[in-house]
Design a protein around this ligand. Structure first.
Ligand code: HEM
Length: 447
């Protein structure tokens, strides 16, 4: 146990019930703000939100029961998630269910599987080396936005992986901007869906998002057509998907959009949070730097280095525990069923909330402290750590995200130790993903 470890920020935890209006007001700000102190240590509880009952699973047993043993009953994503993402992803893997989901999962899972990492990692190494050169060319101590910087870096990785290494930076930038504009449009429709308002109310809020989605579809269609027109071009996920299974062009585009969306911001947020946590934990930053220098000796990390960088991995794992990029996993019950012996009627909403589960004091020692060592000293209790979800709908990009984060973090930490900008206050906020606010200004110090 460490008495000196850094306790990173979290929203105040209220001790008395907020009431309906209070909860709605908080929810509009950030999904992290609605939880009471008691919610963190409760195993299983429910709450009535207007027309809908919401059940929250917060113990390893209830997580296993719902996401693994009763995965079929809880395979449908929440209406909130579907309304927010359907205009963009259509029937893509992330939002679909039933036979469509099964068919797409069979197509997408193999191309991003752990066994393909050695083939995919060189793009990560290449981008990490480029970012090392870019940071080296930046004056020491200069201010930069770590969130934007990491979003650009992970967008380069996923774009080159999806469409090939020769994809121009203009094309990558146009994909990134189009996705950001879409994100800015969604949100309000989610609140209506959460409360069980009629579907048309939520869909109305999506009109502007649909316009943005059409712009993204045009960009993606053109990139995919380019990839497929040139059979001798670079290896890429789009090419692998097209080769593996005959897919209609729109289905291929929906999966490309899914992979971009699922793989870009999640990893970017993880990396930004990791720099923030390290900036506030000098001992962890020094241990990471020493490990990275000893293993890499100045060069960029490759796939073979990852097993030799256990502390870098532990930093990422601890970052994902404290700030899980997807802080709420929400499902709609497809049938009447029971969880922990309690009746759960069809159409209720069921949540596994990594934000709560990962900080449950009954499962974690010093749950609010940043202590990467905990992942070296032992493994978490099964089903108590689910940053990538768990069960049949587990993230297909789990290995991709981990390997990418370790490669980029270790490569850069050899020579750089971003520091906090004095006076800037960080608070986690969550809409679809959990971020350190809209920006994370830091100073680019040399290590
Ligand atoms: C640190 C990085 C990442 C985190 C924390 C993360 C987390 C998650 C989570 C929690 C889910 C389940 C969401 C839910 O149940 O509502 C998910 C699904 C998914 N992720 Fe990731 N992800 C990451 C990186 C990636 C990457 C790099 C890719 C692709 C290259 C990817 C592709 C997907 C796909 C396709 C799904 C949908 C799977 C399905 O529904 O069957 N993810 N991810």
């Amino acid at each position: 146990m460490s008495a000196t470890a850094f306790i990173p920020p979290y929203p105040p935890r209220h001790t008395r019930p907020l009431g309906l209006l209070g909860s709605i007001r908080k929810f509009r700000g950030s999904m992290l703000d609605i939880w009471s102190e008691r919610a963190f240590s409760a195993d299983f509880f429910s709450s009535r939100v207007l027309r809908r009952t919401v059940f929250i699973c917060n113990s390893p047993e209830t997580v296993r029961e719902t996401f693994v043993e009763q995965a079929a009953a809880f395979e449908r994503k929440s209406p909130q998630m579907r309304f927010a993402l359907e205009p963009l992803l259509g029937d893509g893997l992330f939002v679909s269910d039933g036979e469509t989901w099964r068919a797409r999962r069979r197509a997408v899972a193999p191309v991003t599987h752990a066994s393909r990492m050695a083939e995919l990692a060189p793009v990560m190494t290449e981008v990490a080396a480029e970012w090392h050169a870019r940071w080296s060319a930046t004056p020491a101590g200069g201010e930069f936005d770590a969130l934007e910087e990491m979003a650009e870096m992970t967008a380069e990785v996923i774009c080159r992986t999806l469409f090939g290494r020769s994809l121009g930076s203009d094309a990558a930038a146009s994909v990134v901007h189009a996705f950001s504009a879409y994100q800015a449009r969604i949100g309000q429709s989610a609140l209506g869906a959460m409360m069980g308002l009629p579907e048309w109310v939520s869909r109305l809020g999506n009109i502007a998002a649909s316009r943005e989605a059409k712009r993204i579809h045009k960009v993606l269609d053109a990139l995919i057509a380019d990839v497929l027109r040139n059979p001798d071009g670079d290896a890429s996920l789009v090419r692998a998907l097209a080769a593996l299974q005959a897919m209609e062009p729109w289905a291929l585009r929906n999966e490309a959009a899914t992979l971009f969306m699922a793989g870009h911001e999640t990893t970017a947020n993880t990396m930004a949070w990791a720099w923030f946590l390290l900036a506030n934990s000098p001992a962890s930053a020094a241990r990471l730097r020493d490990e990275a220098r000893a293993v890499l000796g100045g060069r960029a990390a490759g796939h073979d280095d990852v097993p030799n960088l256990p502390y870098a991995r532990a930093v990422i794992e601890e970052t994902l525990r404290l700030y899980p990029p997807v802080p709420v996993l929400a499902r709609e019950a497809l049938v009447d069923t029971k969880v922990a012996g309690t009746p759960v009627p069809r159409c209720s909403l069921l949540l596994v909330v990594p934000w709560l589960l990962h900080r449950n004091p009954r499962l974690w020692e010093q749950p609010d402290h940043f202590r990467p060592e905990r992942f070296i000293e032992g493994q978490p209790i099964r089903y108590s750590y689910v940053p990538f979800s768990i069960g049949p709908r587990v993230c297909t990009g789990q290995q991709f995200g981990m390997v990418e984060s370790v490669i980029c973090l270790a490569t850069l930490a050899q020579n750089f130790a971003p520091a906090m900008k004095p006076g800037h206050v960080v608070q986690p906020v969550s809409r679809l993903t959990l971020r350190p606010g809209a920006h994370l200004p830091m100073l680019l110090q040399r290590a």
